[in-house]
Each structure stands twice: as structure tokens, then as C-alpha cells.
Design a protein around this ligand. Structure first.
Ligand SMILES: C[S@@+](CC[C@H](N)C(=O)[O-])C[C@H]1O[C@@H](n2cnc3c(N)ncnc32)[C@H](O)[C@@H]1O
Length: 159
């Protein structure tokens, strides 16, 4: 399976970089994983609602350009659908069975994702009702992708 994570913004915390790298390494036998990091749009201090929307729209255009049209697009969105790790594993399996082995996950920046990106997604996934930083959610995502492969293969992990 080929998995691409498109993420807006850099990881600045060393402890998160180390955690993400660990799961990227662990995922090597299970999938080909690419992380595409896009720059955050510049925003004035205390942006107005219109300035935020404009910046999100520009960011969204760059995100959508980076998504391969044939890839199955899942976006991470606080207001999306909450699913279990087992359901994520089952989703990977059913997509692979249906011939879809190219998935793209998108993580938004500090102000979230544009309406266009949300509308383009096949699925909007929520990791809980709580909001995480874009840096933290990247670690959570790679761990959940790893967990999904372990579940799907019936391999031991910290259940
Ligand atoms: C700091 S959050 C953006 C918060 C923004 N106010 C919003 O409502 O989208 C940055 C990105 O992290 C991801 N994210 C943060 N918390 C999440 C959660 N609980 N579930 C899914 N994605 C989350 C989303 O992709 C979001 O665009």
C-alpha cells in the first residue's frame, strides 16, 4: 500500500520528530509512506475572518495540487467521523480489496482546512472532539496507521 501524508506546517519539537521518525521506520515493512510538508500561508497578527479564509483557500489550493487524483483522500478534521483503530484497519483492508492501494491523509495547519479541501475528501476523520496541534496529530496519525497494519495482520502490539 502507498500512503502519503500531506501536512501543513513544520514539526518544530524534537520529541515529536523523534516519535514520528520511529513510526515511519516501523511502517517500512507495511507500506510505502511519504510525508509531504507544505508551508503555512503567511497571516497577519490578529487576522480578520476574511484574511483567514483567503489564507486557508490558498493553502487548500496547494494541498489539492499535491493530491494525486487517483489517490483515496482522507482528511483529518476535528468535526469529522470518529472511528476505532479496528475500523481504520478494516478500511485499509476493504480499500486494498477493492483495488485502491493509494491513500492520502491531509493534516491542516493552525487554522484548519479550507471548505474546498473538506469537500474534496472521501472521508473526514476525527481523532476526538479535542483539538490537537498540527504537530501532535502527525505523530498520532503515524501511530494509528501503524496500529491499523498490525491489527490487519493479526500481529502483536500494545493492544
Ligand atoms: C490546530 S488544528 C486546526 C484547528 C482549527 N481550529 C480547526 O478547527 O480545524 C490543525 C490540524 O490538525 C488536525 N487535527 C487537530 N485535532 C484533530 C482531531 N481531534 N481530529 C482530527 N484532526 C485533528 C486537523 O487536520 C487540523 O486541521
Amino acid at each position: 500500500m502507498k500512503i502519503t501524508i500531506i501536512a501543513v506546517g513544520k514539526i518544530k519539537e524534537k520529541y515529536l520528530t523523534a516519535g514520528i521518525q520511529e513510526f515511519v521506520k516501523r511502517l517500512t515493512p507495511y507500506c510505502k509512506l511519504d510525508i509531504v510538508e507544505l508551508a503555512e500561508e503567511r497571516m497577519p497578527d490578529n487576522p480578520s475572518a476574511a484574511e483567514k479564509t483567503q489564507a486557508l483557500t490558498r493553502e487548500g489550493e496547494r494541498i489539492l495540487k499535491a493530491v494525486k487524483p487517483s489517490s483515496y483522500l482522507l482528511v483529518l478534521d476535528v468535526a469529522g467521523q470518529a472511528i476505532s483503530s479496528e475500523q481504520l484497519a478494516a478500511k485499509f483492508d476493504s480499500l486494498a480489496l477493492s483495488g485502491q492501494s493509494d491513500l492520502t491523509f491531509v493534516i491542516g495547519g493552525a487554522f484548519g482546512l479550507s471548505a474546498e479541501v473538506l469537500a474534496a475528501a472521501k472521508e473526514r476523520l476525527s481523532f476526538s472532539k479535542m483539538t490537537f496541534t498540527h504537530q501532535m496529530i502527525r505523530l498520532l496519525l503515524v501511530e494509528q496507521v501503524y496500529r491499523a497494519f498490525k491489527i490487519s495482520r493479526g500481529e502483536p502490539y500494545h493492544w
